[in-house]
Design a protein around this ligand. Structure first.
Ligand SMILES: [Ca+2]
Ligand SMILES: [Ca+2]
Length: 92
C-alpha cells in the first residue's frame, strides 16, 4: 500500500488503524531513502510523509528500516518485530 496525502493518513488513523501497524514503507534497500514496497518490482518513492518528530532516526539499534503507523504519525522501527500491518485492496 501507500499513503499519498494527509487526508488518506487522517482517514487511516481515524477509521482503520487502531493499533501501531506496519505500513509498507521501508529503507532496507538504501539506508535513509524510504520507498513504498507494493510488491515485487513495485517500489515507489513517497510523495507524502507523516513522520513523527525526530523520525526517521534509524533507531532502535541503528537497524530501523520499516515504517510504523501510530495514530497518524510514522516512525522507523526494526522490521523483525511483530506488529499488526495494513494492506491495500483494490476492490474489483
Ligand atoms: Ca533505516
Ligand atoms: Ca525510529
Amino acid at each position: 500500500m501507500s499513503i499519498s496525502a494527509q487526508a488518506d493518513n487522517d482517514d487511516l488513523g481515524k477509521h482503520v488503524v487502531q493499533v501501531p501497524a506496519w505500513i509498507g514503507l521501508t529503507d532496507q534497500y538504501s539506508e535513509g531513502s524510504f520507498v513504498w514496497y507494493e510488491g515485487p518490482g513495485q517500489i515507489y518513492a513517497p510523495v507524502f510523509t507523516a513522520w513523527a518528530n525526530l523520525e526517521p532516526d534509524n533507531k532502535p539499534n541503528n537497524n530501523a528500516d520499516c515504517a510504523m503507523f501510530t495514530a497518524g504519525a510514522w516512525s522507523d522501527e526494526e522490521c523483525s518485530t511483530a506488529h499488526a500491518y495494513v494492506c491495500e485492496y483494490v476492490y474489483p
